[in-house]
Design a protein around this ligand. Structure first.
Ligand code: AMP
Length: 250
């Protein structure tokens, strides 16, 4: 069985993100970049399936500028077998990413495609669902457990108020939720070995896809600063302030 895992290069989740001075975008100069956390969970799940003997080959794909080869190398160090970089300028929208991933799916014919549920930069939560629509594959989104048995896969999903388990026919698409697994760290020997693993570079033209823009980002702004709190003397003063200053009770 072949697994295809999509990984996105995003600002490291530990970075306190700042808007550019002109409010046009997020400041990315000298900012640490990393694999999107949900994509790390996707890589980890594929590696665990390989260790369990269910998956034989893990192909990792990233779409973006040349720098995202760093994230492909990290995924290779975590246990993926080979990488595909689809070289695209700028920040492609989810629909364009999904069209390119469809091109990769058509070429690679994976039995399982694993994506993150969401990228932490755009918070889109769209690509997996769009890919499922474009490829006509079954999808299990927000997976917190995956069990594969022959050509069927049970996906347990976190939904409002509980868990839902669905059975999908392979090939299928899964998007990962936070509780699916806890990703490992890459060891130094594996980081060295990853440098020698194959990494193909392709372009949208190889899949007959022309990148389009449908959405324009108008501005980016930080949330308003929270005002400092105050200590009140007693409940009467609290009620008075809630009524007359905050005006949240009447
Ligand atoms: P999104 O729909 O942008 O929230 O992203 C959901 C998931 O789609 C991510 O966790 C990735 O697995 C995949 N994805 C989105 N953008 C890219 C990209 N540029 N390259 C590779 N995978 C991506």
């Amino acid at each position: 069985m072949k697994a295809l895992v999509a990984v996105k290069r995003v600002v490291d989740y530990n970075v306190k993100v700042r808007a550019k001075a002109d409010g046009s975008d997020v400041e990315l100069n000298n900012v640490k970049m990393a694999i999107n956390p949900f994509c790390e969970i996707a890589v980890e799940e594929a590696v665990r399936l390989k260790e369990a003997g269910t998956v034989e080959e893990i192909v990792v794909v990233s779409i973006g500028e040349k720098a995202c080869q760093e994230q492909i190398r990290t995924a290779l160090a975590l246990g993926a077998d080979r990488g595909i970089h689809v070289e695209v300028d700028g920040k492609p929208e989810p629909l364009e990413v999904a069209k390119l991933l469809k091109g990769v799916v058509d070429k690679e014919q994976p039995n399982l495609v694993i994506l993150g549920k969401q990228s932490i930069d755009g918070d889109n939560n769209q690509t997996g669902q769009m890919l499922a629509a474009l490829t006509n594959m079954a999808q299990g989104t927000f997976a917190s457990e995956i069990k594969i048995d022959g050509d069927k896969m049970n996906v347990t999903r976190e939904i409002d108020g509980g868990m839902q388990t669905i059975s999908l026919s392979l090939p299928a698409i899964v998007t990962t939720d936070l509780r699916l697994n806890e990703p490992r760290y890459a060891s130094l020997p594996n980081i060295m070995k990853a440098k020698k693993k194959p990494l193909d570079v392709v372009t949208p033209a190889d899949f007959g896809v022309e990148i389009q823009t449908h959405v324009t980002q108008l501005s980016v702004a930080p949330p308003p600063e929270r005002a400092a709190g105050i200590k009140v003397e007693d409940v009467a003063q609290l009620v008075d302030k809630l009524k007359n200053e905050a005006k949240v009770i009447s």
